[in-house]
Design a protein around this ligand. Structure first.
Ligand SMILES: *Cc1c(COP(=O)(O)O)cnc(C)c1O
Length: 371
């Protein structure tokens, strides 16, 4: 009997996600199931929607949660806003911008790429130049927090350029959400998606999404059907419309319980306090890591506090071996590099519940042993 139980070793999660979940969130997952059309569950979904609006800082009516991870949120935004033949501009400075291009091309869109070296951010001048080449794009997409490099993209100036060109602004906020300042209405973001397993510290598998009125209009004005049935918002939106809700698919009930609890925890702490905590713990982590000989990849002004991309101290030949030692001997997970940075950098996440002085002390103490 006991062989049927999966009993993983308790880990300290300090990679690019998932992050440690609060015991309250884990406990919520064990709440007995109710039907997804039960009036009490409808009430729960209404509350989740309202808390997603609060944490995105938006009044957007079309705010909901995709029953699939962050990548599905990305795909939801693109498949609903792009039709075959549409032109769009996608800014790439890491893995996730590249993924957007792949999806947009599958939608049949003509993609104009704005490419920036990994570790840097897209400049307003680059966007301006791209708009010169493609003056009437339907959409411009950017990654707010590029988890592959630890760079935080400034948004406001680019947002103005995009809207002056009459385009929609789409933003990936998977790693920034609930960890660094993110203001959907103030920054005029038209389509945004995030994930639950990074700074929100809920289990992976859900993607909060929000569309502005302009984005909803673009959806309503489509000439063709959305290519994906599951992600088609003209259908999904009726599932998130309170008492009137119509069956679309069966919501992942236990995951929504967990999301509700995680959002409550964020709002109890306060968004601004949470942003400030990530900054404060980052400063401590930074001074400790630099003391050990690590060097940051991203310039200070564009550095994410919650995803620390660092070169290893000189003399370490095999970073994978050191990471494995951290995992085997200390139960600590940190992330390796992606793409061109594989084998060269680490990605140390201090996200949500994993963003504490104690987490930093555990990591730094272990590093002093293994290095
Ligand atoms: C993690 C991440 C994603 C993908 O989210 P999944 O939940 O893994 O599908 C997309 N964009 C960014 C910036 C991410 O960090």
């Amino acid at each position: 009997m006991s062989n049927s139980l999966f009993n993983p070793t308790p880990r300290i999660l300090m990679g690019p996600g998932p992050s440690d979940a609060h015991p309250r969130v884990l406990k919520a997952m064990a709440t007995p199931l109710i039907g997804h059309l039960d009036p009490e569950f409808v009430q729960l979904m209404d509350e989740v929607k309202e808390m997603v609006q609060q944490t995105f800082i938006t009044k957007n009516h079309l705010t909901f949660v995709v029953s699939a991870p962050g990548s599905a949120g990305m795909e939801t935004c693109l498949v609903n806003l792009l039709e075959p033949g549409d032109e769009c501009i996608i800014c790439i400075n890491g893995v996730f911008g590249g993924r957007m291009v792949d999806i947009a091309e599958r939608c049949g869109a003509k993609v104009h790429k704005v490419e920036t070296p990994w570790g840097e951010v897209t400049t307003p001048a680059q966007v301006k130049a791209a708009l010169g080449q493609c003056p009437k794009p339907k959409l411009v997409a950017l990654v707010h927090a590029e988890t592959s490099t630890g760079a935080c993209q400034p948004m406001k100036e680019i947002s103005d350029l995009v809207h002056n060109a009459g385009a929609l602004l789409m933003v990936d906020a998977v790693t920034s959400y609930c960890g660094v300042p993110l203001k959907v209405d103030e920054w005029n973001i038209d389509a945004i998606y995030t994930g639950t397993q990074k700074c929100l510290s809920a289990p992976p598998g859900l993607s909060p999404v929000s569309f502005s009125d302009a984005a909803v209009k673009a959806l309503e004005n489509r000439k063709t059907k959305v290519q994906s049935w599951f992600l088609d918002l003209t259908l999904v939106k009726n599932y998130w419309s309170g008492a009137k809700r119509a069956y679309h698919h069966t919501a992942p009930v236990s995951s929504i319980y967990a999301l509700h609890e995680a959002l409550s925890i964020v709002l109890e702490e306060g968004l601004e306090n949470r942003w400030e905590r990530h900054q404060r713990v980052h400063q401590y982590l930074k001074s400790e890591l630099e003391g050990l000989g690590f060097r940051y990849l991203v310039k200070e002004e564009h550095r994410l506090p919650n995803l620390n991309a660092v070169y290893l101290p000189k003399g370490i030949e095999d970073e994978g071996k050191v990471r494995r030692q951290l995992l085997d001997d200390f139960n600590i997970e940190v992330g390796g590099g992606l793409g061109a940075f594989a084998g060269k950098i680490w990605r140390v996440g201090i996200m949500g519940e994993s963003c504490t002085y104690n987490h930093v002390n555990m990591l730094v103490g272990a590093l002093k042993q293994v290095l």
